[in-house]
Design a protein around this ligand. Structure first.
Ligand SMILES: NC(=O)c1ccc[n+]([C@@H]2O[C@H](COP(=O)([O-])OP(=O)(O)OC[C@H]3O[C@@H](n4cnc5c(N)ncnc54)[C@H](O)[C@@H]3O)[C@@H](O)[C@H]2O)c1
Length: 246
């Protein structure tokens, strides 16, 4: 039970890797605050964790709204007494999520705003909301979800920019938090099979990742076994970002 007496707060926890990480945190003894803009799904996800014997609560949080983030962090502290882990997982390529297939220079500005706000600004907001508690506790871990497209670039320009910035955010949190025992890492996956179509994206290893391959890395980075790791970006992309000859 690696995370006994630890409290994790996860954004984008209603599906995909946010949900799976939440389940794994709970299986390993953490109290988990699952947050997502999809209230029904996140509430149900938390209830399933509790039914399985875990400790969890689901809260509606749109990461574009600082007040909702702050309320969820306050709930974590009131209910469980601390916030030890923050996983900034909410995100996605704006063109796909918002259903736009035009070239970037014709994409509506609202779609670009969605991409920057959900993939980057929400993570900065969440850091703002947890860091005071982590500094008082003199411990904490912040994991930011990047993407291989934050390294290679993306045809969804706001997504590529936001995911690159997650690496900068990670280093800045690591710098800011280190004197207080706070660590931060970025995890940058290649294609992950949270959606079947990700199997079509090429990697050097000839396949996409199983979600567990990524969440197992997240859990390791949050654990005490990773106590000397901070400010680092971890590519987990089957070699997609290597470049070089075909
Ligand atoms: N799946 C991949 O291939 C892949 C690859 C690289 C990076 N990533 C990144 O990993 C993260 C998780 O990906 P996934 O495929 O597991 O995602 P997913 O699409 O299954 O889950 C994303 C979650 O974010 C939530 N969300 C959307 N807008 C929100 C908002 N405004 N506020 C709060 N929550 C919101 C959604 O409701 C959803 O539950 C994302 O940041 C994504 O960019 C995924």
């Amino acid at each position: 039970m690696k995370f006994e007496n630890r409290v994790a707060i996860v954004s984008g926890a209603a599906s995909g890797m946010g949900l799976l990480s939440s389940q794994q945190f709970a299986e390993n003894g953490a109290g988990v605050v699952l947050t997502d803009v999809n209230e029904e799904a996140v509430t149900e996800a938390a209830a399933r964790i509790c039914d399985a014997g875990g400790e969890a609560v689901g809260v509606k949080v749109d990461v574009r709204c600082y007040e909702e983030i702050e309320a969820a962090v306050e709930l974590a502290v009131e209910r469980y007494g601390s916030v030890d882990i923050l996983l900034n997982c909410a995100g996605g390529a704006s063109s796909r999520v918002c259903g736009h297939s035009e070239p970037f220079h014709e994409i509506p500005i609202e779609v670009i705003d969605w991409g920057l706000d959900v993939n980057l600004k929400g993570a900065v907001y969440f850091c703002r909301a947890v860091l005071g508690h982590m500094i008082r506790q003199e411990r904490g871990v912040v994991i930011n979800m990047g993407s291989v497209e934050g390294i290679t670039g993306s045809r969804c320009l706001d997504y590529g920019a936001a995911k690159s910035a997650m690496i900068g955010l990670t280093k800045s949190v690591a710098l800011y938090g280190a004197p207080h025992g706070i660590r931060s890492c970025c995890v940058s996956p290649g294609p992950v099979l949270t959606r079947p179509e990700m199997a079509n994206m090429k990697t050097r290893l000839g396949r996409a990742a199983e979600p567990e391959e990524v969440t197992n890395l997240i859990l390791y980075l949050c654990s005490d076994e990773a106590a000397f790791i901070t400010g680092a970006n971890y590519m987990i992309d089957g070699g997609r970002s290597i470049g070089g000859p075909e």
